[in-house]
Design a protein around this ligand. Structure first.
Ligand SMILES: [Zn+2]
Length: 180
């Protein structure tokens, strides 16, 4: 366990900013950003649904399927900033789906931890970028960045070397901090 490292091509994908939305910078309030991303996704044909609360905490996770974005059952309880951050993150996954094709995206995402991490990092990066745009305090953003490797570990990294993933993730996300 924990011995698999990302290849050079995975690291390059993880550092790519090609799925980042240039219009996001114009959204100066979390409400405007949330509305903008929702509209963008709807125009792309994505249905946005809210999960129903279940006994398991699986409903407490936002998941992007082919053309249905299932928001966490407690999404409405998130802060406006966090709602915008989650949507900005998911919009990156749809841009990636458009690039790779649904079928390829699903297969790669399901079967390759390397690939999964390499597409999750740009999505988390867009979330950090959204926080910066919305004027979230640096200390808060830094704390969020620190928490991302743990989220990756919980759901996505499989047998990947955690230290390696953590280092790449932290270094990549910090690029969005002003003055970095
Ligand atoms: Zn994601």
């Amino acid at each position: 366990m924990g011995i698999i490292r990302l290849r050079k091509s995975d690291r390059r994908r993880a550092r790519s900013t090609q799925w980042s939305d240039p219009h996001l910078v114009k959204m100066t309030t979390p409400e405007a950003m949330e509305a903008y991303v929702r509209t963008k996704l709807r125009k792309r044909g994505v249905d946005i649904e809210q999960k129903v609360e279940t006994v398991f905490n699986l409903s407490r996770m936002t998941t992007a399927y082919e053309d249905v974005l299932k928001l966490s059952s407690n999404f409405e309880k998130y802060s406006p900033v966090y709602r915008a951050v989650v949507l900005a993150h998911e919009a990156v996954h749809y841009a990636q789906r458009d690039q790779y094709g649904q079928h390829r995206f699903n297969a790669k995402y399901l079967f390759s931890a390397r690939w999964r991490v390499s597409v999750e990092i740009p999505a988390y990066r867009e979330g950090v970028r959204a926080m910066v745009i919305l004027g979230v305090r640096r200390k808060v953003i830094e704390k969020h960045i620190e928490s991302v490797p743990k989220s990756l570990k919980k759901y996505f990294i499989g047998a990947l070397d955690f230290k390696h993933v953590k280092e790449l993730t932290t270094r990549t996300l910090r690029k969005e901090l002003p003055g970095s």
